[in-house]
Design a protein around this ligand. Sequence first.
Ligand code: Y39
Ligand code: FE
Ligand code: FE
Ligand code: FE
Length: 231
Amino acid sequence: MQQLTDQFLEIDFKSEKYKDAYSRINAIVIEGEQEAHENYIQLAELLPESQTELIRLSKMESRHKKGFEACGRNLQVTPDLQFAKEFFSGLHQNFQTAAAQGKVVTCLLIQSLIIECFAIAAYNIYIPVADDFARKITEGVVKDEYSHLNFGEVWLKEHFAESKAELEQANRQNLPLVWKMLNEVADDAKTLAMEKEALIEDFMIQYGEALSNIGFKTFEIMRLSAHGLTA
Ligand code: Y39
Ligand code: FE
Ligand code: FE
Ligand code: FE
């Protein structure tokens, strides 16, 4: 096969191999957007003073879901939603448990930091290798995801001192799930021309920046990242 640089890589969006991988990645994104929609509604109940803003974010998430459903239809792919539910079950369970205990800091870490950074990394890496239809949709979505991440950063920065211990615990509990999820999806992502190393790098940059914006010092960010890897 001819040697090609990434820039000129031809991707056959119609091949069975591509569509099979897309049935899982597309489902993950659709299910993720649906759960994000529900998570922001629950956050609105936990944070009545931010209710209007959080309901606005939850509505953005359902628009994202509709956009990605259209991407699947455009490629004539049926999303494997059962696979996607299982993919998110760890983070979903941890969010539900935290919400039931009123642990808003943990809920914000899971949805507004971890899941939003995961989304931003995935969408940034996907955009250059997406089909034209999906690229336009994803470009619009990723801008919104930065604003969702910003909500979490601003709230946690304002409550940093009293949130710090819970953030460290929630990080230790949830960051390992992200690595597990990335490993589960790495082969399918590769079929879509998304490299696992690029996903990890982008995620760590976003997440590290978010922790820094909230108030963590560099040595603390390094420790938080390492805890995730080894816990
Ligand atoms: O806040 C949001 O909109 C996030 C829910 C959406 C999650 C997207 C998850 C993307 C992971 C895809 C992994 C592909 C390699
Ligand atoms: Fe999203
Ligand atoms: Fe979204
Ligand atoms: Fe979001």
